[in-house]
Design a protein around this ligand. Structure first.
Ligand SMILES: N[C@@H](CCC(=O)N[C@@H](CS)C(=O)NCC(=O)O)C(=O)O
Ligand SMILES: *[C@@H]1O[C@H](CO)[C@@H](O)[C@H](O)[C@H]1NC(C)=O
Ligand SMILES: *[C@@H]1O[C@H](CO)[C@@H](O)[C@H](O)[C@H]1NC(C)=O
Length: 281
């Protein structure tokens, strides 16, 4: 009885000590909080779950900003992660067709002149996959579980499949997206010789996926992870081109494509009207 009253008053003291203001007392800048939540919540006697909840909320005070273009595959990759996690964001349009990404104002944000650029307070990240892994790690306990943090072996398998996407799938797939989808959309001529040279390279990759997906529901195992999500932007565009047949001709790849493209978060990521409809800065 005495000990439970002691616990109760100790909990109250802890809750008061770790109230909103304490983040700056502790020398933690509010905009650095997301990366610190994990470490920070280990130091409290309060329930870790409660601490995470409040910490993430505070981290969100300023909201995420994403500089991008709603048709850009690399922008959509990050939007898919944000929607899978149920997170809001402020979209800032960089008009790639008008060449805004190569103007000094944007180059000061990303000297490579590419979108997306992601801002979390004073943290600035480029590279859609790095941004995705950051969000999935900070918000590990929220929404869809896109990364496995519990098993080193599962983590190894997932990292392998994410790298297969980056180094094997993306090179031919993004050439085909550019030639067969992006170029016609903006009025440029498709290089069909390049298309003819590139399709066999994508076929080789898809043959390997077909074997893998015979025994596995998703690429990295039985659940949807970032490894699958990373494929969505190119696949979505290619399903509206003649290259579609390479996916449809492989039954297990086809089932996987239908499954991952149907995800509600992905549909939101592709909603161009929603991008322009959101509040701008
Ligand atoms: N590896 C980068 C690639 C970014 C990238 O190539 N973005 C394209 C849009 S999808 C872009 O900004 N293109 C503009 C240009 O090439 O001028 C990522 O994953 O974010
Ligand atoms: C938090 O604590 C858990 C369990 O005590 C530990 O496994 C984990 O590594 C700690 N994380 C950090 C960032 O200190
Ligand atoms: C591409 O391949 C198709 C089918 O094999 C062929 O009809 C076409 O002429 C080729 N195009 C070029 C530019 O090589």
């Amino acid at each position: 009885m005495g000990s439970s009253r002691f616990t109760a008053s100790l909990t109250l003291v802890v809750i008061m000590t770790f109230s909103y203001k304490s983040f700056s007392w502790m020398g933690v800048n509010a905009s650095d909080v997301p990366t610190s939540c994990n470490h920070y919540c280990n130091q409290t006697l309060e329930s870790r779950h409660q601490c995470y909840k409040r910490c993430e909320k505070l981290a969100h005070k300023n909201g995420y900003k994403i500089y991008g273009y709603p048709y850009s595959p690399n922008t959509r990759r990050v939007l898919a992660v944000l929607h899978e996690k149920g997170l809001s964001y402020d979209p800032i349009t960089v008009d790639l067709v008008a060449g805004e990404q190569k103007k000094p104002q944007f180059l000061s944000l990303n000297p490579f002149g590419l979108v997306p650029v992601f801002l979390d307070g004073n943290l600035k990240l480029t590279e859609s996959r790095a941004i995705s892994e950051y969000i999935a790690t900070v918000h590990r306990s929220r929404g869809s579980q896109l990364l496995n943090h519990n098993s080193c072996k599962a983590m190894g398998t997932q990292t392998m499949w994410r790298n297969i996407e980056s180094f094997e799938f993306d090179p031919p797939a993004s050439i085909l997206t550019m030639e067969l989808s992006t170029k016609p959309r903006i009025g440029l001529k498709t290089d069909y010789k390049l298309v003819n040279e590139t399709e066999p390279k994508l076929e080789k990759v898809l043959d390997i996926y077909e074997e893998r997906l015979k025994n596995s529901r998703y690429l990295a195992g039985d659940s949807f992870t970032l490894a699958d999500l990373y494929h969505l932007p190119n696949i979505q565009y290619l399903m509206d081109t003649p290259t579609k047949r390479l996916f449809i001709n492989r039954p297990n790849v086809h089932i996987w494509v239908v499954k991952i493209t149907a995800r509600p978060a992905w549909k939101k990521a592709c909603d161009v009207k929603a991008w322009y409809g959101k509040k701008r800065n």
